[in-house]
Design a protein around this ligand. Structure first.
Ligand code: NAP
Length: 281
């Protein structure tokens, strides 16, 4: 069997276009402010792409760049200002923050109604209660890819590999809300390969290059690879050994070009969702 490739670039482009069409029909521009502290090179690149994609979708995008030496108190003051600013619908603090800043209180300081990353405990709580509001962008993107793959999630056995707060846990909550029967695996799971083989839907988010091998995947399973790992030779690979797994899976996402493009597209959608919800109130 040779797997169908789930084309994240195409699905993300469609989502960006649909956000752009919806914003064009509004009488106002949704506003997204990204706060970048320091000059981490990867974060700088991400923030530029977010800014570009938001602007192209008709969102008023702004990046506040703060020096790496910014104190926690000063960062909290910037967030308080954005919370109070009516032109700002979405606030995103780019992670990671410099080591001297504790990210938890910073993320908790963002108004939950403007929390387009979906990391605030209020939004996490809504998600785990099964009434998602603003949902973390990467797992939200995975749900859209699963929808595009045509898989029926109701009653399906789903395995989420990884239990981080930004991917694994919200992913498991979304799959549960979609009526899948969900297992979460992590570094203490016994016999990971056997657990994975039971899955009809397998989402890998571990940050270990090509850890999921072909013989971990059930015939015809849907495999979503969230991992982004840069190898010493410069190659970018996922958490899934692509060629081996594509030989047995029913459908699979490539890296790059799978989940990655969905994350920014979902950020745009979250910004629009936040803008519409704030104006309804
Ligand atoms: P993370 O916070 O490091 O969490 C990794 C999870 O994987 C943890 O729950 C850990 O288990 C588990 N794990 C690690 N090694 C394992 C092993 N050998 N066996 C079983 N489980 C293991 O990572 P993350 O932030 O969730 O990111 C995961 C991957 O997704 C990374 O490659 C990251 O670059 C990528 N990512 C991509 C996007 C995107 O836009 N496409 C967005 C975010 C992240 P414990 O909890 O037991 O430690």
């Amino acid at each position: 069997m040779s797997a169908t490739i789930i084309d994240g670039k195409r699905v993300a482009a469609e989502l960006r276009d649909s956000v752009a069409a919806r914003t064009a029909a509004l009488s106002y521009k949704p506003g997204l402010t990204v706060v970048l502290v320091g000059e981490d090179p990867a974060s700088t690149v991400y923030v530029k792409s977010k800014d570009r994609a938001a602007t192209a979708a008709g969102i008023a995008a702004r990046t506040i760049r703060l020096p790496a030496t910014t104190s926690q108190a000063d960062l909290l003051a910037v967030i308080a200002g954005l919370n109070a600013d009516d032109s700002v619908d979405g606030i995103l603090v780019q992670l990671p923050l410099p080591a001297h800043i504790n990210s938890r209180p910073v993320l908790e300081a963002i108004d939950p109604a403007k929390d387009v990353d979906g990391f605030h405990p209020v939004n996490v709580g809504h998600l785990h209660e099964g009434r998602p509001t603003l949902v973390p962008c990467t797992p939200l993107g995975v749900m859209k890819l699963l929808e595009a793959s045509g898989v029926t999630l109701r009653g399906a056995r789903a395995m989420v590999l990884g239990r981080s707060a930004i991917v694994g846990k919200p992913m498991a909550a979304l799959l549960t809300a979609a009526d899948a029967t969900v297992t979460i695996a992590h570094s203490r799971t016994r016999d990971l390969a056997a657990e994975c083989r039971r899955a009809e839907v397998l989402v890998a988010a571990v940050g270990r290059p090509e850890m999921v091998r072909g013989d971990w995947v059930a015939d015809g399973a849907i495999v979503i690879d969230v991992g982004i790992n840069r190898l010493a030779d410069g190659r970018l690979v996922g958490d899934v050994a692509y060629d081996e797994c594509a030989a047995v899976a029913g459908a699979i996402t490539p890296v790059p070009g799978g989940v990655g493009p969905m994350t920014i597209a979902c950020l745009l959608e979250n910004t629009l969702t936040a803008a519409e919800a704030r104006r309804r109130r």
